[in-house]
Design a protein around this ligand. Sequence first.
Ligand code: GLV
Length: 371
Amino acid sequence: MGKKFRVFATCDIGESIELLRRRGYEVEVYPHAEAPAKKVIIEKVKSGVDGLITTLRDQIDAEVFEAGKGTLKVVAQIAVGFDNINRGDASRYKVPFTNTADVLTEATAEFAFFMLGALARRMWTAEHLTRENKWSYWHPYLPFLGDEVTGKTIAIIGTGRIGLAMIKKCAGSDMNMLCYDPAYQNHEFVGAIQETMDLRHARGISKEKTWIKYSTLEDALAQADFVSVHVPLLREGETQTPTYHLFNERTLRMMKKTAFLVNTSRGPVVDEAALARALRENWIAGAALDVYEKEPLPADSALRDPAIEDRCRLYPHFASAGRTTRLSTDPDKGMAGRCAQGLIDVLEKNYGGDVTKMPYVVNKEAFGKAG
Ligand code: GLV
């Protein structure tokens, strides 16, 4: 290979770093587990790196692109979500950025499904009972019961890749589904799931007939026993259909008192202050969260209130945290592999150097003929 590319990775992404080095890249990895301060990123970019490997913890905006004017050629993000990258700024500075969609779809959906199960069946409380040696008898209903997931109705909020994968998991548990998406509906997929539901019933695999359909947000929230959130974080001004605080006092109050909320998307989609109140005042039965308005979750977060701990499950942005999902060097299996490949595609001008043809580039709109 001719030119030796310089890359700064704000985080170690495992073996893929070694593979880039073996390709002749000069890769510097930020040596701490915590994210670097923005000024560190800017300093590295100013020093003339060709590529940045970023995580969702890094704020990448005009300041960074300005620092890399003329030198920074690509930002490769190891995540499917990219709300930390200012798309408008990237496009204005004509820097393509890549993400790692697809490879974490099933991992994230299954984690959402497990969170839902943990919440509904009160697994955390049940394990505490056992570990703390407070389990003193088998009894039909004491000291507490949970709720079965099978056969219940779930609202799937957001029917992109992960929402559709969640639909598959829920279909396997004979759930009925109300789908809502402010921007994108996949009626073909939903229709195909209904066909599989009908077949399962016709062949006696499912006892009850089950159904799936698109609905309004209001109907979905009013009828669902579970609500699972799978929308990207979009703020006012970024889109016609913002999702910031989509779950707020008004929408939380639309849910049934017996319903559970699961969020594996982005923290700011849920107004945490309103959610903590909803849990304290029993507007809803419980919530399981993997993402937060501020991460890591602050020590003084209202969500840590011991008064709601039996109905509030908290996880550390962990839904994609499968070994293969996070670290496989294979771009079709792992976030690390896909992230490295996104970087390589741009730097090595794969696809004839046509950014619009590169599968992992997000802001293709900036590189079309008119772009
Ligand atoms: C994780 O949150 C991701 O966006 O990949």
